[in-house]
Ligand binder design. Structure first.
Ligand SMILES: *[C@@H]1O[C@H](CO)[C@@H](O)[C@H](O)[C@H]1NC(C)=O
Length: 362
């Protein structure tokens, strides 16, 4: 009887430490075609050149000595600089079906609340679709700074005057780019946005955050579909111009490529992260590119574990208004290829420049 009891207790012990299994993971694969990818030791002490002013110049020439004024900004801490506010970016051809962003509801981090969401053909909640066509119906264009951000129109081919003025069916045509921000506009008096901003500029998502997207990347020989994240400061100055992304200095603020194709009609999408620490990524592994149907990717930027985790899911229940920390942990601890960002990697800055030659975004 005693033996029986001991055995029983022993056999039940694991339950008290049971690892909660993350819902709807695809079959585990940690090399080649990946189910998950996890960057560890992401944060670092360092600095980037923050844009603090942009001079417009006088049309028709940029007649200003220092049109892009940048000042060194020192940052540190877990996840830095990915703990700063980020925007999520998309390049077509892409079909987007659902987007949601979750973040901790308070400092305890026990519960992550859905803070932003959108379903195709419906009005978004605390999420604004933008593009880089400022100067027409919204945003600004200057001879020195080029286009600011603008509000994207319904089919993502142009601009509208007010945020989400038209419903978005979700098809992003080849080579067109959009990004999403929260619905909170930057306000000089409130001083709610870090760095310089102009035109139609909104806050991104700061601190820990989780993006989940239902999508596919249809076949197309002319363009390279991608899903990535950038420091909100980059798009608030000039995504392709004066920004803290750095152009040859290596003093990158934050870029995290979640799934980016590098060749036309490639069946593979790579991931790469960049900061002042250097660059690292999926290497010779990749995420399969879904050309039809509905695939789901989740990207978790977590200050608690100083990690960025990308997981492929079979599906995600977008009706969930919150996720518990145990669910977040289960996704973070799910099988994944682990890539330590490690110490500063000077050599990998070369990779960064190669990447820029291959891809339009920087
Ligand atoms: C944080 O939020 C959780 C869940 O909403 C709540 O139970 C907890 O008391 C809150 N903690 C603090 C420190 O506010």
């Amino acid at each position: 009887m005693l033996t029986f009891l001991v055995l029983t207790l022993t056999s039940f012990t694991p339950l008290t430490h049971a690892t909660f299994t993350a819902p709807n993971l695809v079959a585990a694969s940690v090399s080649g075609s990946l189910s998950g990818l996890k960057y560890t030791n992401v944060g670092a002490n360092g600095f980037y050149m923050q844009v603090v002013d942009m001079q417009p110049g006088t049309f028709p020439s940029c007649d200003v000595a220092e049109p892009c004024k940048q000042v060194r900004k020192d940052v540190s801490g877990p996840l830095a600089p990915f703990d700063e506010d980020l925007t999520f970016n998309f390049r077509g051809p892409l079909n987007l079906f659902n987007l949601a962003v979750y973040s901790p509801s308070n400092s305890s981090g026990e519960t992550w609340k859905r803070v932003s969401s959108w379903t195709a053909n419906q009005k978004p909640d605390n999420l604004v679709f933008m593009n880089n066509m400022g100067g027409g119906k919204s945003g600004v264009w200057t001879i020195c700074g080029g286009n600011s951000q603008s509000y994207a129109n319904g089919d993502f081919t142009g601009t509208v005057a007010t945020p989400n003025e038209e419903l978005h069916p979700g098809y992003l045509p080849p080579a067109k780019e959009i990004n999403v921000m929260t619905a909170t506009a930057c306000d000089k008096d409130a001083n709610n946005c870090d760095g310089f901003f102009r035109g139609t500029a909104n806050e991104g998502w700061a601190g820990s955050k989780l993006l989940v997207v239902d999508y596919n990347m249809p076949s197309d020989a002319s363009a390279l579909p991608a899903i990535w994240s950038l420091s909100g400061q980059i798009v608030r100055s000039a995504q392709y111009g004066c920004n803290c992304r750095g152009q040859g200095t290596g003093n990158v603020c934050a870029e995290g490529d979640i799934a980016e194709t590098l060749a036309p009609n490639s069946a593979q999408a790579i991931s790469e992260i960049y900061s002042y620490k250097g660059a690292t990524g999926s290497g010779n592994s990749f995420f399969a590119r879904p050309t039809s149907g509905k695939a789901t990717l989740m990207a978790i930027y977590d200050t608690t574990t100083d990690s960025i985790t990308i997981q492929r899911l079979t599906q995600f229940d977008h009706s969930q208004t919150q996720l518990s920390r145990s669910v977040i942990d289960a996704y973070i601890n799910a099988p994944a290829k682990t890539v330590p960002f490690g110490t500063t990697k000077r050599a990998s800055v070369d990779t960064l420049f190669k990447h820029r030659r291959r891809s339009r975004h920087y």
